[in-house]
Design a protein around this ligand. Structure first.
Ligand SMILES: NC(=O)c1ccc[n+]([C@@H]2O[C@H](COP(=O)([O-])OP(=O)(O)OC[C@H]3O[C@@H](n4cnc5c(N)ncnc54)[C@H](OP(=O)(O)O)[C@@H]3O)[C@@H](O)[C@H]2O)c1
Length: 281
């Protein structure tokens, strides 16, 4: 039986990966800085893991066959955190690492997640690289949810379009990659349609019957807002890079990789929103 260590298991994507792997009969070690945050369930073993506490890495990797590897979000230090874990996985003879990167990262060699991708590629460990676009769940449980609760989102996205994808689809790709052994592959994962933020907020507004708006703001105003929330400067600049890509149209790409791997089309935003309407009640 496969035993997969899932990093970020308490987060939006990691939670979905844990759930999908267990439905496929895989034994999951759910890694978290505080394992008490992992919801107990059959087939799920909570385990302590912190990128900045190397002593936790050896115990977490003991006896596992595969590793689902993701970086803390917006982290310019991702290579310093993830690369030593890839090295340890190699030393332990792991059969498969599925790495979460981000759409478009392979066009920017110095991007932190691209540096991690190249480290994994050079390691020789059997691997799958997933490059998802922005998550739909950013609006329901992610970083945009608090703004929506206050009636609207302010972003330096202009009228740039994004092929938002649900973490459920990314998780299905990740779990399929482990179960079918889809190694030496790189998948660019998007939702089915490119939408701007005005359209997305209109969909959410209609479903929640609440006036929710989108206001395009200049980059400097977005930076001031993010700094006001206490976000570290490295993460603020990281967000700047992401929304420059949105404004330039790079996030509007549609790919068919979800369907290629899973055999089913990715969920449209409207369906995601109606399934998650309670988030905006
Ligand atoms: N959101 C998007 O639109 C998007 C798009 C493309 C790619 N991605 C990538 O997808 C990944 C996951 O995003 P997400 O939205 O699921 O993030 P999230 O909900 O914020 O979850 C982040 C996870 O990282 C864990 N974490 C934070 N610091 C850690 C540390 N020092 N050691 C170990 N674990 C740590 C957290 O666990 P604790 O319980 O320990 O805090 C949490 O489970 C990120 O790498 C992001 O770059 C995101």
């Amino acid at each position: 039986m496969q035993r997969i260590l899932v990093t970020g298991s308490t987060g939006n994507l990691g939670r979905a990966v844990v759930a999908t792997l267990t439905t496929k009969g895989v034994h999951v070690l759910a890694a978290a800085r505080n394992p008490g945050k992992v919801v107990p369930s059959a087939g799920i073993e909570p385990i302590a893991f912190d990128y900045v506490a190397p002593a936790t890495h050896a115990a977490a990797l003991r006896g596992v066959t595969g590793l689902f590897l993701l970086a803390p979000p917006l982290d310019p230090e991702a290579p310093a955190k993830l690369n030593p874990v890839i090295d340890l996985a190699k030393a332990r003879g792991l059969q498969h690492i599925v790495l979460v990167s981000a759409l478009g990262v392979d066009a920017v060699e110095e991007a932190p997640l691209r540096v991690v991708e190249r480290h994994l590629l050079a390691s020789g460990v059997p691997h799958t690289i997933l490059r998802p676009n922005f998550f739909m769940e950013n609006f329901s449980t992610g970083f945009l949810a608090p703004m929506l609760k206050q009636g609207g989102i302010l972003l330096a996205a202009a009228d740039g379009k994004t092929t938002f994808i649900s973490v459920a689809d990314i998780a299905e790709v990740a779990a399929t990659a482990f179960v079918k052994g889809l190694t030496s592959r790189q998948y660019n994962l998007t939702g089915p349609a490119a939408l701007d933020h005005r359209t997305v907020t209109a969909i959410i507004s209609k479903l929640s019957r609440k006036p929710i708006t989108y206001q395009a703001i200049p980059e400097e105003a977005m930076f001031r807002g993010l700094r006001g929330t206490g976000m570290p400067e490295g993460a603020v600049q990281y967000v700047g890079v992401l929304y420059r890509a949105v404004r330039a149209g790079y996030a509007a790409t549609v790919t068919t990789d979800v369907e290629t791997v899973t055999g089913r089309k990715p969920i449209p935003f409207e369906a995601f929103a109606s399934q998650n309407a309670a988030a905006w009640a």
